[in-house]
Design a protein around this ligand. Sequence first.
Ligand code: DC
Length: 216
Amino acid sequence: MSIPFSIAIDGPAGAGKGTLARRLADHYRLNLLDTGLTYRAVAHALLRLGLPLDNVSAAETAARQVDPAKLDRAVLSAHAVGEAASKVAVIPSVRRILVEKQRDFARTPPGAVLDGRDIGTVVCPDADVKLYVTASAEVRAKRRLDEIESIGGTANFDEILADIVRRDERDMGRVDSPLKPAVDAHLLDTSEMAIEAAFLAARAIIDDVLAKRNKA
Ligand code: DC
C-alpha cells in the first residue's frame, strides 16, 4: 500500500462503528482516528473552563489545540462530554479547524480508518472505501444499557432511548455537515447483525477494492 489508503466509516452513536473501525485498522494495519474524540476534546476543554458551549472564540481556540494523536479516550468518553460535543459540533468554524486536522491524519502513510459523522461526505470524499453503519435507535439504546450494566452501573432504557433520539436529531438536522450516508457508501445495518458479521461484510468490500487497486 504505497499511496495512503483510507476507509471512511460514518453512522449514528452506538451503531457499532467504533468497534468495527478498530478491528479494520488492526486487520489492515492502518492508523485509526475516532473523529468524535476531536469534538469531545473541544467540549471537554470548555466544560473544564466553565465556559458556555456556544462560546465560539473559546471553542475555536480549543479546536486549534486538539492533537488527533493525543486524545485521551478514558477522559473523553463520559456521557456528558458526548452530549456537549454534539453541541460544539454545530459551530462551522470549529468543524473547519478539526476537519483540516482529520484530513492531515488520513493523508499520513500508510493511511487510516476514520470514523465519525461526515467522513465520507466532507472529510474524505475521495476515501477508497466508505461504509455507513447504522442500527435502530432501540437496538442502540439496548446495547448502551447492556454496556452500562456490564460494568456494574444502572440506567433507564427509556431515558437512554430519548437521549439517542435527541442526539440523532441534532447530528442529522444540523446545517453544516449533517450525518447522512455518502451516495457511494456501502450500508451496513447492524440491528440484526453481530459485529463479527459486520466485520466480515466490511472486509469483503475492502478486499475487493484492494484487489482492483493492485491490478490497476
Ligand atoms: O461519536 P461520538 O459520540 O464520540 O461523537 C460525539 C459528537 O461529536 C456527536 O454527537 C457529533 C459530533 N461529531 C461530528 O459532528 N462529526 C464527527 N465526524 C464526529 C462526531
